[in-house]
Ligand binder design. Structure first.
Ligand code: SAM
Length: 322
């Protein structure tokens, strides 16, 4: 543990339960914002009401910091690759939907308060808090949650550091660059078709820029290619990873083709890790048909909720035996 990490250790209870603490901060921040709105409706707390906003912001910033922490509570730096800019899954449309819903509910709550409909105002406030929580969960899943999850997945593989790794559907490189950080003598290759609706600012140039910003340009290669037709010979990679990509392929036949392509380019004994929304359990069957071994499909935790509590993405893991 370096000196920088030591000086950033959170308070003891946050240290023991970083995720619980983060969610407590998110709930407190959201509640304070809501309270400000309610007081505005009642025209109360005129002089001290503005103080609630920085207090709410402090809670949300604290939550953000904690959610970047590893289970030991040490703030993560290069381990989760935070220098680049990795975009928002689903693009700005997803955030706009949350924003519009929140605006509508806040307006309805204030109108109900002004007309003295306390019941309706209460309902509006609860719905507003739920949408705010859902938005926070979405932003967490698409950013720090994704990187923290994949840092764990990659660390579990105990890479030597000289592997060749392929990221199928790398987007702006969140996972590609996490892998590259672990490959001082290896190479991380990302392929994508750069669909803007899947991630905002999704271009090869943005991914290459992130590799430069993270100081990893010489370890990262980015190629235009479709997951269903990978431009590599058989048995090229030691590890193939893919995050939230294969489900974007429209047909089942196409998704199967992508999974089989991922195994084709794996060398014998190579590892495969795919994270995709519920339904990805199906990939395990195709991997079995392709002759993979040690196949596992497991539901992931709240880091993959994307704003919908109980929506657990699936990690499909396998080893190529052929
Ligand atoms: C939700 S984004 C995830 C990006 C990246 N894996 C990450 O976690 O940040 C989905 C990505 O899949 C890519 N994609 C969709 N269909 C693809 C295909 N047939 N072949 C390669 N990439 C594809 C999109 O362009 C997009 O970059």
């Amino acid at each position: 543990m370096d000196h920088d990490s030591l000086t950033r250790l959170p308070a003891p209870w946050e240290h023991r339960h970083p995720r619980f603490a983060a969610w407590t901060h998110i709930a407190s921040g959201t509640w304070l914002l809501l309270l400000t709105t309610i007081l505005y409706g009642y025209r109360r707390g005129r002089w001290w009401r503005p103080l609630l906003v920085p207090a709410a912001a402090a809670h949300l910033v604290r939550a953000h910091r904690l959610l970047q922490a590893n289970p030991e509570g040490v703030r993560v730096t290069a381990r989760t690759a935070t220098r680049g800019s990795y975009g928002i899954d689903g693009g700005y449309v997803a955030v706009a939907v949350f924003g519009l819903a929140e605006l509508g509910l806040t307006g309805a709550t204030i109108r109900a308060l002004r007309r003295g409909h306390r019941g309706r105002a209460g309902l509006g406030a609860v719905a507003g808090a739920a949408v705010a929580g859902s938005c926070a969960s979405f932003l967490y899943s698409t950013g720090p949650g994704k990187r923290s999850l994949w840092a764990e997945i990659l660390d579990e593989l105990s890479l030597r550091g000289d592997e060749h790794v392929l990221d199928v559907g790398c987007g702006r490189g969140a996972i590609l660059i996490l892998a590259a950080h672990r490959l001082p003598r290896g190479k991380a290759v990302g392929v994508d078709v750069w669909r803007a609706r899947d991630q905002n600012g999704n271009t090869r140039a943005a991914t290459e820029h992130n590799a430069v910003v993270e100081g990893l340009r010489d370890r990262v290669e980015v190629i235009d290619a479709d997951a269903r037709e990978l431009p590599f010979p058989n048995a090229t990679f030691d590890l193939v990873v893919s995050n939230l990509t294969i489900h974007n392929i429209d047909t089942e036949q196409g998704r199967k083709r992508a999974v089989l392509e991922a195994t084709r380019v794996l060398r014998p004994g190579g590892q495969l890790r795919i994270v995709d929304p519920p339904g990805a359990q199906r990939y395990a069957e195709w991997l079995h048909q392709a002759g993979c071994v040690e196949i596992e499909a497991r539901k992931l935790d709240c880091r993959t909720w994307f704003g919908v509590p109980g929506h657990h993405a699936v990690l499909v893991a396998a080893r190529n035996s052929t």
